[in-house]
Design a binder for this molecule. Structure first.
Ligand code: CA
Ligand code: CA
Length: 379
């Protein structure tokens, strides 16, 4: 091969330039010719390396964008991308207008944080969750002293149909409810270690995040991940709620809130991998438990955002002081995403990726959990 190249090269040299033909006769040209031979050999090696390595490197970049070999255990790489954020569902007025958003890549927990994972954190740190602490009177001015006991908010369905405008009818602050006792004192997670941890306040999620070296996702990151690579679909798996009759998520069936027909097999939480993952391999991005995001809530976040022109890069939501919920003015709230085992097509329906929920940072419930993300090291 090298001989053929040499011959060919020589021929090209000799045919291209009479002047170079003359150089061949001089002693200096002999050195030049030798240099030229070496040079061409090196050039051949260089070109060969480039020709072989470029596709390899390109393939490596491609692989890196879709499945990184350095992913932390239990996390999935979600490649950065531009996507349509929000929803045109008529009921989701706070999720409009749909607008273009770009997020950088990140790792995300494959599932909602489970009771088993949270138990590891508690064992390692001795952390006491907010629901397990007796509320301080100064944090709840005006609250009767008899109401200042450790507990959390639990779904307590009425036995008969009720109007859906007053959610206080089916939510109760229950003594002794916390992550170990999802329905209050006497309940247990012994047989639910693979279910998502619940009764998480935002402070609890931050403590876990600090311990695990991760962080809460932004609302945009969460929604991009939930869409799993699909473009503008109603659900994280497509446009049909029951594709070929298959149940794809833990939601509520029957008549909300008084009669749960439990056709998906779970009256409350389910194991974190009970239903199929989305296109990125993430489980529970629709239903099971709502998940905290880092963004503060406003119903008009999107209209305010699009005034600045799109696409919007890595949006982080409004400031804490700007947070506003018209249904509970004066209480700053953060965005929840994904819906829960209490979402039904009659009420909520926010298991759709464009749907938005919200909650006060100090308030956990038995249908609210979280998962975390992690940034890749900068190159
Ligand atoms: Ca269910
Ligand atoms: Ca979920």
């Amino acid at each position: 091969m090298s001989r053929a190249f040499d011959v060919s090269g020589d021929e090209i040299m000799s045919k291209k330039s009479n002047r170079r033909m003359k150089w061949v006769a001089s002693p200096s040209t002999i050195r030049l010719n030798r240099f030229s031979y070496t040079y061409r050999l090196l050039l051949l090696i260089f070109v060969s390396v480039i020709v072989i390595s470029v596709p390899v490197v390109m393939y490596g970049v491609y692989i890196g964008e879709t499945q990184r070999s350095d992913s932390p255990q239990g996390m999935i790489w979600v490649a950065g991308d531009e996507f349509d954020m929000g929803s045109n569902e008529p009921l989701f007025r706070d999720a409009q207008p749909v607008h273009r958003v770009v997020v950088d890549g990140f790792w995300m927990d494959e599932t909602e944080v489970s009771n088993a994972q949270f138990a590891e954190f508690i064992q390692a740190t001795g952390y006491v969750t907010v629901a397990e602490r007796v509320p301080r009177a100064e944090d709840y001015p005006g609250a009767p002293k008899k109401n200042l006991f450790a507990g959390s908010v639990v779904f307590s369905p009425p036995t008969h149909a009720v109007p859906l405008h007053n959610h206080f009818v089916w939510w109760n602050y229950v003594r002794g409810a916390d992550w170990r006792h999802p329905e209050g004192a006497g309940s247990s997670i012994d047989k639910r270690m693979d279910h998502p941890v619940v009764h998480m306040t935002y402070e609890d999620t931050e403590a876990y995040a600090k311990w695990s070296g991760k962080r809460l996702p932004t609302e945009a990151e969460w929604e991009h991940a939930a869409r799993g690579g699909l473009k503008g679909k109603r659900f994280v798996w497509g446009d049909t709620f029951l594709p070929d009759g298959h149940i794809m998520a833990n939601t509520f069936q029957g008549h909300f809130p008084d009669h749960n027909s439990v056709s998906d097999g779970y009256v409350s939480t389910s194991p974190v991998k009970a239903f199929p993952p989305n296109g990125y391999g993430l489980y529970g991005m629709a239903g099971n438990v709502w998940e905290w995001t880092a963004d503060w809530y406003r119903p008009d976040t999107y209209p305010r955002r699009v005034k600045k022109g799109d696409p919007i890069w890595n949006p982080k939501g409004p400031k804490a002081s700007e947070s506003f919920d018209p249904s509970e003015p004066g209480v700053a709230k953060r965005v929840h995403k994904g819906g829960s085992f209490l979402c039904t097509d009659q009420y909520c329906a926010r298991y759709m990726p464009g749907g938005r929920g919200k909650g006060a940072p100090d308030t956990g419930t038995n249908h609210l959990g979280f998962r975390l993300v992690k940034d890749a090291p900068r190159a």
